[in-house]
Design a protein around this ligand. Structure first.
Ligand code: CAA
Length: 419
């Protein structure tokens, strides 16, 4: 569906970005509006609207019926992974020449958001694959590397991004995994922890230090396949996003061909953090979708259930909570879309991405927690899936940079501006 949408709108991609963002208004708005792109933040292109509808349908019809079972079994249904590839959702920004949809970054954000409304586990799988793995290759891979890896990543093979280690989470650049040159190969030793997608993934981006004497400037990014000898050591049992795999990986003399270095030796730290800046908008979208999903599930029930002779949602105490939560979701939505559009328009977006992720994860936790209370006893049971949203929300403040790391990033910008 996405690929069809991409094809039918291909002509727009040849236009300048400023025109592209305003094309929905061309028939009805003045020249002035067109040239200055005075759009609300929730204005989407036709292609993005089509995408939202198709992901929504896929999420409700294909993912929805499997959410509870996947959560209980703590495993991702292989049919869902296959479905994501078939829907064209695993190469959203990847060029059509490489089997992707060649769509906008905002399209990826929309897909992540819509999937999260139904299952944040499926959402993060799609998010990491698109915004981290594919993006590293699109931005830093050579033509040969892109030709080799992007078609596989668009069509059938799940990707994983391996940065964190037991002793280097927030302090990511202190990683201990080492790579040493041996002829036309690199030999990698070490281990990674809390690696998303790693149980099902076949393609791995691995960050290892090739020259510790240079500190973080020795960190290098390698691409490897599971069959080179990556060992999946332990699958974590988690509070939330239980269908999304999170494993420890071991590399014991893992031999990676020399041509599998991405972006050059010593460039890995910059690649990692710059991609994470974008990835954080993806996590903001996941948390936004999660908050909306919890809201959508719980609120109708508050109008169906009556106590003291009236629907509980109509008591002022409850009605104001619903109103407050809806303002909070909207605030997270605007921060997220703004960060995404800034990135697309080539503006600086690091601070805005950190703000979006920080805020959306707070809102997700708050709204999903309240949603349990709005639904009362029913919300506390596993049957409705409302409590699952709250469990899933907790990771938002942890992965792709904790909330404190986001605050630190924002604070650095404030200091730079005012000191
Ligand atoms: N954007 C671009 N560059 C940045 C940056 C940012 N946000 N933050 C730091 N840098 C650069 C600096 O410019 C500097 O580069 P140069 O030496 O070339 O000038 C370099 O990084 C070091 O800067 P600092 O000394 O300020 O950085 P630090 O060592 O104190 O910490 C950091 C840097 C590790 C990036 C830290 O700020 C951070 O973001 N930690 C969180 C790590 C993280 O997000 N991990 C996620 C793991 S992957 C994951 O979670 C995926 C998943 O499962 C879903």
């Amino acid at each position: 569906m996405l690929r069809a949408a991409a094809r039918s709108t291909r002509t727009f991609r040849t236009q300048p970005a400023a025109l592209r963002t305003t094309r929905t208004f061309t028939a009805s708005c003045s020249r002035l509006t067109e040239s200055f792109a005075l759009n609300s933040l929730d204005t989407f292109t036709e292609e993005e609207e089509i995408l939202r509808e198709s992901v929504k349908r896929f999420a409700n019809e294909v993912v929805g019926p499997k959410v509870r079972e996947m959560d209980e079994r703590e495993s991702m249904d292989p049919g869902i992974i296959k479905g994501l590839f078939e829907q064209g959702l695993m190469g959203i920004e990847t060029g059509v020449d490489h089997g992707g949809a060649e769509s906008s970054f905002t399209s990826a954000i929309i897909a992540i958001e819509e999937l999260a409304k139904v299952d944040p586990s499926v959402s993060v799988m799609c998010d990491v694959h698109n915004t981290l793995v594919n993006t590293v290759l699109r931005q830093h891979g050579t033509k040969e590397q892109q030709d080799q890896w992007l078609p596989q990543l668009s069509q059938s093979k799940l990707g994983s991004f391996c940065l964190s280690e037991a002793a280097s989470g927030s302090d990511a650049f202190a990683l201990q995994t080492r790579a040493e040159k041996d002829g036309d190969h690199w030999v990698v030793n070490g281990s990674k922890m809390w690696i998303t997608n790693s149980y099902e993934a076949e393609i791995f981006l691995i960050f290892a230090n090739v020259d510790p004497s240079k500190g973080y400037k020795g960190i290098t990014c390698f691409i490897a396949t599971k069959d080179m000898g990556i060992k999946i050591a332990k699958k974590e049992e988690k509070l939330g996003i239980r269908a999304s795999s999170t494993c420890t990986l071991n590399f014991d003399d893992l031999r990676i061909p020399a041509e599998n270095v991405i972006g050059g030796e010593g460039k890995g730290y910059k690649i990692a953090i710059e991609i994470l800046n974008e990835g954080r908008i993806g996590i903001a979208a996941q948390m936004l979708g999660l908050a909306q999903g919890a809201f959508d599930k719980a609120v109708p029930y508050t109008y169906q259930r009556s106590q003291f002779g009236q629907p509980v949602g109509t008591f002022q105490g409850m009605a104001f909570q619903l109103a407050q939560a809806s303002v909070e979701i909207e605030s997270a939505r605007l921060l997220t879309y703004n960060a995404a559009r800034r990135k697309e328009e080539g503006k600086s977006f690091t601070k805005e991405a950190a703000m979006a992720k920080y805020w959306a994860s707070i809102i997700a936790q708050r709204v999903s927690g309240q949603a349990i209370e709005w639904a009362g006893g029913v919300g506390f049971t596993r049957e409705t899936g409302i409590e699952k949203f709250w469990r899933d929300s907790k990771i938002g403040a942890i992965y792709e940079g904790t909330s404190n790391i986001q605050l630190q990033t924002i604070a650095k910008f404030i200091q730079k501006q005012y000191s």
